[in-house]
Write a protein of this length. Structure first.
Length: 208
């Protein structure tokens, strides 16, 4: 395979590379530099496939950094994000590319499911006032492994923390006074039970 021409795209960050007078998928300028591509250079099919794969990985890595900059992400969220990218939908190397990208992001400390749990737990305690059960469910939905969730909850959301969160919600929603009406107590109990609060915490507050 012979590179018969190179042409800068309007953006200046991409290059149209012509092989055997046919245009390949547009490559990033960084990819052209990395593989030292120039007119009249000969490359094998294996080299060509490696160039395309490397270019896709670089594009997706940069997209991932933008995605992470909005808020922290889990490994599972990144995997789903990558699978939605058009360049990977029908790519035979899809699984390999995703694994490579996730390892690179982890090695460079852009993603860490344990740290993500810590961040989310702190946010949900201080801002959203969620129970341990609600946070656990949210982390599961984001694809965090059960053992990681259990470990981080045990460290960063104690029973005392949940009691404090419970008290803040109770005061905000039901006021300071404790009702003596059984029906009202039952409504309050059902509300906190639906939100996953510990039975003993609820009982100690409303004495049901």
């Amino acid at each position: 395979m012979l590179i018969t021409g190179l042409s800068y795209a309007v953006s200046g960050s991409e290059v149209d590379v012509y092989i055997d007078n046919g245009c390949t998928p547009r490559l990033l300028l960084d990819s052209v530099a990395e593989f030292k591509l120039f007119q009249d250079k000969s490359i094998s099919e294996e080299e060509y496939e490696l160039i395309i794969k490397s270019d896709i990985e670089l594009r997706l890595f940069r997209k991932a950094l933008n995605y992470i900059s909005i808020r922290p992400r889990t490994e599972s969220e990144l995997s789903v994000y990558f699978l939605k990218q058009r360049s990977l939908r029908e790519n035979s190397n899809r699984d390999d590319i995703i694994e490579t990208l996730l390892n690179k992001l982890k090695n460079q400390k852009y993603i860490n499911d344990g740290k993500f749990c810590e961040w989310l737990i702190e946010n949900r305690i201080n801002c959203s006032l969620k129970s341990r059960a609600e946070i656990k469910n949210e982390l599961q939905q984001k694809g965090v492994a059960s053992e990681v969730i259990a470990n981080q909850l045990s460290k960063f959301y104690t029973e005392e923390d949940e009691q404090e969160v419970f008290g803040k919600i109770f005061e905000k929603k039901f006021g300071m006074e404790i009702t003596t009406d059984k029906k009202d107590k039952l409504k309050i109990y059902n509300y906190f039970q639906r939100r996953g609060f510990n039975y003993q915490i609820i009982k100690s507050k409303i004495n049901i």
